[in-house]
Design a protein around this ligand. Structure first.
Ligand SMILES: [Zn+2]
Length: 280
């Protein structure tokens, strides 16, 4: 490992158009020359669990076999957490419990796994998870996003993690509930963009490179899982010094894992076949 640190912030289910029209602060950093933005395309199926597994393992659903949200289990192949830990780094996750099951252990035990600190012993050194148990159309059961941002910040500042991943379902749940042509979504995206900023600034000042992105998009009716730009495409914002491809490049979601490992100076396992999109 080198001495770089990186945070991956995943806002679940935000289609490309919403990033560009509603996230005024993120777009402002790009306009000011402080961040880079590319379009990224999700794997197929563009279902949440399938995408989580691909984001971190760098292999497609046809290899990891998480065909949908009903197929969550401990994955067999290397991933970002396992490789950073193997290289001697500390990892952290603030996320839905699916992430703990995919990359640490399954099934999820509410008491054992809701919060754990196992540096050196588990792929995820410091985990803080939530299950959204009881989730439905009328009740999102998502935590407040500033609580999640603050929890990740605590792991950075108290535990000294080298790599951290945060995932929140708020906007995905809003999309499933309201769709995307409505004032509810306008305001929810704007609120997320504003609430993120003080933490983003704090992470950058602490020396972290930051990537803010989604796992997949959504159709105007609030669906995802299939092919097509609305369901598959989203924006990726990068805050850091690395060089990247031309602005009109459409990034492959499978390149995220090898890109992050490369930035951290961690060897990329041979299972991750995509080329990194940021310079080493
Ligand atoms: Zn999702």
């Amino acid at each position: 490992m080198n001495d770089r640190k990186l945070l991956l912030i995943i806002l679940d289910g935000v289609p490309y158009a919403n990033w560009r029209r509603y996230f005024g602060n993120l777009e402002g950093w790009v306009a000011a020359g402080q961040a880079r933005m590319w379009k990224m395309r999700a794997v197929l199926p563009s279902i949440s669990a399938s995408c989580y597994a691909s984001i971190h393992s760098g292999v497609p659903p046809q290899v990891h076999r998480a065909w949908g949200n009903e197929f969550v289990r401990r994955l067999e192949m290397p991933d970002i957490f396992s490789e950073v830990t193997r290289a001697g780094g500390l990892t952290g996750a603030v996320a839905h419990s699916f992430w703990s099951e995919f990359f640490n252990r399954a099934p999820f035990d509410m008491v054992r796994d809701i919060e754990y600190d196992e540096p050196g012993a588990s792929p995820i050194s410091h985990g803080r998870f939530h299950t959204m148990t009881g989730y439905g159309h009328a009740n999102q059961m998502t935590p407040a996003d500033p609580d999640l941002f603050a929890t990740l910040t605590m792991l950075c500042e108290r535990k000294g993690i080298d790599y951290g991943m945060l995932h929140t379902c708020t906007l995905d749940s809003m999309g499933h509930r309201f769709g995307h042509d409505c004032t509810e979504m306008d305001k929810a995206c704007c609120a997320m963009d504003v609430m993120l900023q003080p933490y983003l600034e704090r992470w950058r000042k602490a020396g972290y490179e930051v990537i803010v992105t989604a796992d997949h998009g959504q159709s105007m009716r609030g669906h995802h899982g299939g092919a097509g730009e609305d369901q598959q495409d989203f924006a990726l914002y990068y805050f850091g010094p690395a060089e990247g491809p031309p602005p009109d490049t459409v990034l492959d979601q499978l390149s995220l894992a090898p890109t992050i490992l490369t930035r951290l100076g961690v060897p990329v396992p041979e299972t991750m076949r995509a080329a990194p999109f940021l310079s080493a």
